[in-house]
Ligand binder design. Structure first.
Ligand SMILES: [Zn+2]
Length: 109
């Protein structure tokens, strides 16, 4: 399964303003609906690890009006959704199973 984070935006294709449900695969995967600022829920089945302190998660959503699909970068810091933005192209999610990029993890020990 997957989760959602709610994000209000203007579609770049049809200029419709809507609250998108941006789908992502990170944390406990049970179709949770988050807002920016929420802390992620953990536990199996899960993607990623709560020890990952700073992560960029790949997200996707479709415009409810024109069906245009957009990609997003969801920044998770210390287990909390810090921001949602349209893809900047700065992070490259390679392959079908790479849903997130770890920028910083807890040091072992
Ligand atoms: Zn649209």
């Amino acid at each position: 399964m997957y989760n959602f984070v709610k994000y209000k935006m203007v579609c770049s294709t049809c200029f419709d303003t809507s609250e998108r449900k941006v789908q992502f695969y990170y944390g406990n995967l049970r179709v949770w609906e988050y807002n920016v600022g929420d802390c992620l829920i953990w536990g199996d089945p899960q993607e990623g690890d709560r020890a990952q302190r700073h992560v960029v998660v790949s997200g996707v959503s479709t415009c409810p009006k024109c069906r245009q699909t957009s990609s997003f970068e969801i920044v998770v810091k210390d287990g909390r959704i810090e921001s949602v933005n349209l893809s900047s192209g700065r992070y490259l999610f390679v392959g079908d199973d790479e849903y997130f990029i770890v920028l910083s993890s807890e040091l072992p020990g």
